[in-house]
Design a protein around this ligand. Structure first.
Ligand SMILES: [Zn+2]
Length: 307
């Protein structure tokens, strides 16, 4: 009854504020510029109030090791390409035309890259979408893949495991990461919403940590982190962050939303787990315990180093 009453009181004013408004991030929502903030994304799409939403806070001690989470194999990630980089009003997105793909990591089929985009804070402040033990990193990269059997992302999104997103955190480093120069330079020409340019030759490999540092990751089932919030994503969140200097991180805050305001705080707040389990790769644990086993075996057999 009480709930009914509240709805009746607030609904008319709410409708006045939000009818026809686009979705937006919390950072954009002011009385002067009405838009549907994350709490109201379900108005844009009902799926946004689903029970398997992303991002989430990952509590390391509650994750379960899973030996099926083997290292990924990154195919054609080393190939250079010239992709369209665009300020789409919510983020900066790069289309990847040559379809690199990943296999392994307990994915049933190869998943090919469609695009990548980023989420960030303000001037290098907290801005990642996923958090680890409550810690928010300055930025997060999402490389969006779809099951190889699809040719359109919209078709893959209809399949509960049609999409696989690889998420990478960034951390502030003292020196600039020169491998990011092409991206950072391109940002300066796409400040306004709708602007785009062609990225000079980059490879996905140069944008992520070396493969040997990518054996530790988390895995869970979730959703897109923007409306429609479709729950069709196999999430992989890597532990090893990508280094970028403060100045490099800051350039992202020079981009502008549609209304000309600084594009900052482009992350969705973390969502309830609702009983979902987060798994973690067991790579290092296995290697470490094997090494210990070998060492104790050698010692037990009296075969340790002479002298
Ligand atoms: Zn994203």
């Amino acid at each position: 009854m009480q709930r009914h009453l509240i709805v009746q009181i607030f609904l008319p004013s709410f409708l006045k504020i939000c009818t026809g408004a686009d979705w937006c991030y919390q950072s954009q929502h002011t009385c002067a510029t009405p838009c549907n903030g994350p709490e109201k994304w379900y108005h844009a799409n009902k799926d946004c109030e689903g029970r398997a939403q992303s991002p989430i806070n990952i509590v390391h001690r509650k994750t379960l090791p899973d030996e099926r989470l083997t290292p990924f194999q990154f195919r054609k990630y080393q190939d250079s390409f010239r992709g369209l980089i665009k300020n789409n009003g919510h983020s900066v997105q790069v289309n990847v035309p040559h379809q690199p793909y990943v296999i392994g990591g307990d994915l049933e089929t190869p998943y090919k890259v469609v695009q990548f985009h980023l989420h960030w804070g303000k001037n290098g402040g907290p801005g990642s979408e996923h958090t680890i033990d409550g810690e928010q990193y300055p930025m997060e990269l999402h490389i969006v893949h779809m099951n190889e059997e699809y040719s359109k992302l919209e078709d893959a999104l209809k399949d509960p495991i049609g999409v696989a997103v690889l998420g990478f955190f960034y951390e502030e480093s003292l020196s600039a990461n020169r491998k990011y120069d092409p991206v950072v330079r391109a940002l300066q020409t796409i400040m306004t919403t709708g602007a785009n340019t062609t990225l000079v030759s980059v490879s996905l490999e140069q944008l992520i940590p070396p493969q040997q540092n990518l054996t530790n990751y988390y895995r869970y089932k979730g959703s897109l982190t923007t409306p429609g919030c479709t729950e069709s994503v196999i999430w992989t969140v890597f532990e090893k962050p990508i280094p970028l200097s403060r100045d490099q991180l800051r350039v992202f805050s020079d981009l502008q939303f549609k209304d000309g305001k600084p594009m900052v705080g482009t992350f969705r707040p973390v969502q309830p787990l609702n009983g979902r389990v987060v798994y973690r790769s067991g790579g290092v644990v296995v290697v470490a315990s094997t090494a210990i086993l070998m060492a104790s075996f050698t010692m037990a057999m009296g075969l340790s180093q002479p002298n």
